[in-house]
Design a protein around this ligand. Structure first.
Ligand SMILES: [Fe+2]
Length: 342
């Protein structure tokens, strides 16, 4: 078996391939590792057959939809998943074949209603149902401590104690454990009676994960994260550094427009000398009136360089084919000690 464990902060994802046939499956991919997955797949000479999300993640941004689209492979989730982009939905006990490998799905609701564990040969990918020394929480949308109890004590922990456990999270840099080790040492699994287990789960008082609403919004709908929106926009425009812009302004190029897209109050408080002002919120409505010449170079800036990236990408879509963004925004300009006009 070809096996790669890819960690992103505390999120763990896995590339599992068949040595003989080079067929592979990717489990719980995270959006920031998109390039790494694609590179690993080609480095190992693999062909991806499936992308599996073990559940609807509330705490990381899934790359499943993006990779599924890029490589034309089905996105696999449990039957109960709300994600409209899941093209292949599994029920309990079903199995996927990739080369000689078999991926057995166990429905293990509790952390979420759509949680699955995936058993492949000597190991089980437990998603957030079972973690090293912990379990997934059961207080997020569609979670249920009673179901988690049944999934753990009635199902997962009955598997071979020697099975290697690879969870979807570990925040302490550990790679795996075994079912037997967890039964013996996992503090939460020492509460073996239903009532004491569910009572413990109901009183964990965990804070909400970062980006909860954005993760649920994007993972349930297939929509883009704000970071993806920005990186897609950035991929279509060039940037200029503050010092270079300052040098070009010094040459008094007459086809270069510097466009400030911040709000009026920010513009009034100080801007790049000679900049024109057109707030982002009015860009599309005022562009024909304010920028009648589509052949101009337009260097767009905002405070940090993010809104201006979206604005410059919009200008390019509108036909201003020389629109570019100021790298680092007005903040970089100011911190570079460059002249400010009031
Ligand atoms: Fe989760």
């Amino acid at each position: 078996m070809i096996f790669e464990q890819i960690a992103t902060g505390g999120c763990q994802s896995y590339l599992v391939g068949c040595t003989e046939t080079r067929a592979a499956v990717l489990i719980d991919p995270e959006i920031r590792q998109l390039d790494r997955y694609l590179a690993l797949i080609s480095q190992e000479g693999l062909r991806l057959h499936y992308v599996i999300d073990t559940h609807t993640h509330a705490d990381h941004f899934s790359a499943a939809k993006r990779i599924g689209e890029m490589l034309s492979v089905p996105i696999v989730m449990h039957h109960d998943s709300p994600a409209p982009f899941a093209g292949l939905r599994l029920d309990d006990g079903e199995m996927l074949a990739a080369g000689k490998l078999r991926f057995h799905a166990l429905h293990t609701p509790g952390h979420t209603r759509d949680s699955m564990c995936i058993v492949v040969e000597d190991r089980v990918f437990t998603g957030d149902t079972l973690l090293i020394g912990a379990t997934g929480r059961s207080d997020l949308p569609s979670g249920d401590p009673d179901q988690l109890y049944d999934s753990l004590f009635g199902k997962l922990l009955k598997l071979d104690p020697a099975l290697l456990v690879y969870p979807a999270h570990d925040y302490k840099g550990r790679s795996h454990t075994t079912i037997g080790d967890e039964i013996a040492n996992n503090p939460r699994l020492q509460k073996r009676e239903r009532a004491e287990f569910t009572d413990m789960m109901r009183h964990l008082n965990l804070s909400a994960p970062d980006h909860l609403t954005e993760a649920l919004r994007t993972n349930m709908s297939g929509g883009k994260t704000v970071t993806e929106l920005l990186s897609d926009a950035a991929a279509g425009i060039p940037f200029m550094a503050a010092a270079e812009l300052n040098a070009q302004l010094g040459t008094r190029a007459n086809d270069l427009v510097v466009l400030d897209v911040r709000e009026q109050s920010a513009f009034d408080a100080g801007h790049i000398p000679g900049a024109r002002h057109l707030p982002r919120g009015q860009l599309e409505m005022r562009v024909d009136q304010d920028l009648p010449d589509p052949t101009l170079r337009i260097l767009v800036y905002c405070e940090f360089g993010m809104i201006s990236t979206l604005a410059a990408a919009t200008l390019r879509q509108l036909g201003f084919m020389r629109a570019a963004g100021l790298d680092g925004g007005f903040k970089a300009w100011r911190e570079g000690g460059l002249p400010v006009e009031k």
